[in-house]
Design a protein around this ligand. Structure first.
Ligand code: COA
Length: 141
C-alpha cells in the first residue's frame, strides 16, 4: 500500500509577516491531481506584492522572479499561509522573500513548508517607467 510522504513539521517564521491565506480548489489541479505550479506562482506573486505596495504607494510591476522552489506538493483543501519579508529596498525596486506553509486538509495545526521564492517589484509611473520608491514615513510621524 502506498502512503503519502509526510515531511517533518515546520516552525512558522517569526521574522516574516503573514500576508495571505488561501485554499486551493479542484479547478487548480494539474495532471497528477496536485495543485498546478502556475497557480502557486500566481498566489506567491500576489502575496509578494503586499509589502512593496506599502512602500510604493501606487503603480508597480513584478520585474523578476529571482528564485522559486517548489519544496513539497500542494494539494486540494490545504490551507496555505504566505509569509513575506523585504530583503532589499533599491532606488526603484523592492525585493522580497516569500515562504509558503501548508496545513494539510486532515492535519490542521501542523505546518509543512511547500514553497519559497524571491521576487522583485518595481515602482512605475503612469507611462510604465521606473520611478523612485518614495521614502517610508517615520513611525508615529
Ligand atoms: C518593470 C519595468 C518597468 C522595469 O523597466 P527597466 O527599464 O527594465 O528598468 P531598470 O533596468 O531601470 O530596472 C528597474 C529596477 O529593477 C531592477 N531589476 C531589473 N531587472 C532585475 C532582475 N532581473 N532582478 C532583480 N532586479 C531587477 C533594477 O535593479 C532596478 O532596481 P533599482 O532601481 O532599485 O536598482 C519593465 O521591465 C517592465 O515593464 N516589465 C514588464 C513588467 C510586467 O509586465 N510584469 C508582469 C505583470 S506585473
Amino acid at each position: 500500500m502506498s502512503e503519502i510522504f509526510s515531511p517533518p513539521a515546520a516552525q512558522l517564521p517569526t521574522d516574516k509577516e503573514l500576508v495571505l491565506k488561501v485554499i486551493p480548489m479542484p479547478a487548480d489541479t494539474n495532471g497528477n491531481g496536485d495543485i498546478f505550479g502556475g497557480w502557486v506562482m500566481a498566489q506567491v506573486d500576489l502575496a509578494g506584492s503586499v509589502l512593496p505596495a506599502r512602500y510604493m504607494q501606487g503603480r508597480m510591476a513584478t520585474v523578476a522572479v529571482n528564485e522559486f522552489i517548489f519544496k513539497q506538493p500542494v494539494r486540494v483543501g490545504d490551507i496555505l499561509s504566505f509569509f513575506s519579508s523585504v530583503t532589499r529596498v533599491g532606488r526603484t525596486s523592492i525585493t522580497v522573500q516569500v515562504e509558503v506553509y501548508a496545513e494539510r486538509f486532515a492535519d490542521q495545526g501542523r505546518y509543512v513548508k511547500v514553497t519559497e521564492a524571491r521576487l522583485t517589484y518595481v515602482a512605475i509611473d503612469s507611462e510604465g517607467r521606473p520611478r523612485p520608491v518614495p521614502p517610508m514615513p517615520k513611525a508615529g510621524g
